[in-house]
Design a protein around this ligand. Structure first.
Ligand SMILES: [Zn+2]
Length: 115
C-alpha cells in the first residue's frame, strides 16, 4: 500500500519539525497532495491514523488539500487543466503538454499544536 509509505514520510517531516521547535504534541497536519501523486485520499487518512499511533501526532487530524493537475500548453501559451483520463493533453487544442505546472505535490504545509 503506497499510502502508508506516504504517511510515514509525512510523519518524519512532522517529527523533525516538532523536534526543532520543541513541540510535544501535534493536533492537526496540513498537506498538499497533487492529482498525479497517485494517493487515494481515504487510504491516506486511514494510513495516517495507523502511522501516527503512539507518536507525537497520535489522534491528529490530517487535512488534505488536493491540487488539480495543470500543464503548460505550448500552442495555447497558457496553463491548462487536462481532462481526467486524458493524460497530458491540452483540453482546448489537444496538444500533448508534458510540462507539468502543478499536480505532483506531496508536501507538508503546516501543523497545528493543541491550544
Ligand atoms: Zn492548448
Amino acid at each position: 500500500m503506497h499510502e502508508i509509505t506516504v504517511a510515514l514520510s509525512l510523519l518524519d517531516g512532522v517529527q523533525a519539525t516538532a523536534l526543532e521547535q520543541g513541540i510535544e504534541h501535534v493536533s492537526a497536519v496540513h498537506v498538499r497532495v497533487g492529482a498525479l501523486s497517485g494517493v487515494v485520499r481515504d487510504a491516506l487518512l486511514f494510513s495516517w491514523d495507523v502511522a501516527t499511533a503512539e507518536t507525537i501526532a497520535e489522534g491528529s487530524l490530517l487535512r488534505i488539500e488536493e491540487i488539480p493537475l495543470a500543464v503548460f500548453c505550448e500552442r495555447c501559451e497558457d496553463e491548462r487543466a487536462p481532462l481526467p483520463g486524458s493524460g497530458l493533453l491540452c483540453p482546448d487544442c489537444g496538444t500533448p503538454s508534458p510540462r507539468i505546472v502543478r499536480g505532483r505535490e506531496m508536501q507538508l504545509v503546516a501543523m497545528e499544536v493543541p491550544a
